[in-house]
Design a protein around this ligand. Structure first.
Ligand SMILES: [Zn+2]
Ligand SMILES: [Zn+2]
Length: 323
């Protein structure tokens, strides 16, 4: 914790007074691995109220409740055109490569803002970022009504993915995980079947049920999970790797081509997906409140990030700098 000057908005930016910022597993990894640059303020899952408006900004006013995508985009390059703003070389990302929201104030390019309805608790907007990560994976899984889906891993992204799959009409939704607390959360947010993978491996469930999955969202980073996911996906189905894992796996190419499997990596989200996430939240379509385990002050945020290394029953901790 340290004091720094309040940010001032560049001509195309606003300053947001942070209401809430979710603690993310990627922040935990960044700190654990010493990857944060000196003086870098982390925090990229946030919402708040506009506290200052840059000279060239139109359509936004002080006091307005907003969520903000952390992903900068030049909006012009081929990578941005593909919807992969997070890979754009020209624009930094809030809380990752420019100053973030574990702070009272954060500067945000106006193009990254999304308005929140005044009747919505401002904190709800802080779910938009991780929910977008999950919705992007759901989109890439190409599932629709009546498609059986496996969510492998019930950390926060897996849990948001279950909500996204419900909204897509997919089902039955099978969730598989090891943490008892998070398995309970999976049922609470809409999983039809919840497996304890220590008692019943996914392959055994599939053998007994006699049905493979139209898609598997691999959100666990558990060793062997990707290979297992491929084995339980039906012909023409899709395996989406969502968990950040350094694992390298052999891909059985004959199985992949003869089954017509789609193997897809999903990281972050497009601007369009972020707007969809905010729209779902603004209309109360996803029970995101059920994921909040704790709210902490800014002073307690560093300690909470340490506790998240061994999450146990913790799902989501929210930093509230003004509380
Ligand atoms: Zn995150
Ligand atoms: Zn770009």
């Amino acid at each position: 914790m340290t004091e720094v000057p309040d940010p001032t908005p560049a001509p195309d930016e606003v300053v947001v007074e942070v209401d809430a910022c979710g603690l993310c597993g990627s922040d935990v990894h960044t700190l654990q691995n010493g990857h944060a640059a000196d003086g870098q303020i982390l925090g990229h899952e946030f919402s708040g109220r506009i506290a200052g408006v840059g000279r060239d900004v139109t359509g936004w006013r002080e006091g307005q409740p907003v969520a903000a995508s952390p992903l900068g985009s030049c909006g012009k390059c081929r990578i941005c055109a593909r919807g992969l703003a997070f890979r754009c070389e020209a624009a930094p990302n809030i809380g990752i490569t420019r100053q973030g929201a574990y702070a009272q104030y954060v500067a945000v390019p106006a193009r990254q803002l999304a308005a929140l309805p005044p009747e919505l608790p401002v904190e709800t907007g802080s779910h938009a970022e991780p929910f977008s990560v999950a919705l992007q994976a759901v989109k890439l899984s190409q599932v629709g009504p009546g498609d059986p889906v496996l969510v492998y891993g019930v950390g926060p992204i897996g849990l948001y993915a279950i909500m996204g799959l419900r909204l897509a009409g997919a089902g039955p939704i099978v969730a598989a995980g090891r943490s008892a607390g998070r398995r309970a959360a999976a049922a609470a947010v809409g999983a039809d079947v919840v497996l304890d993978t220590r008692e019943k491996p996914v392959a055994q469930y599939v053998a007994e049920a006699g049905v493979k999955f139209a898609a598997v969202l691999e959100c666990s980073a558990a060793p062997g999970a990707f290979a297992e996911a491929m084995a339980v996906t039906e012909p023409g189905g899709t395996v989406v790797e969502v968990a950040l894992t350094p694992e390298e796996v052999p891909v059985p190419l004959f199985g992949m081509l003869s089954e017509g499997l789609h193997l897809v990596g999903s990281c972050a989200f497009s601007d369009e997906t972020y707007r969809t996430a905010v729209d779902h939240l603004a209309n109360g379509r996803a029970p995101v409140e059920k994921l909040v385990s704790e709210r902490v002050s800014l002073d307690d945020t560093p300690d909470a990030l340490v506790r998240l290394r061994t999450p146990a029953t913790l799902v989501r901790i929210i930093s509230r700098p003004w509380n």
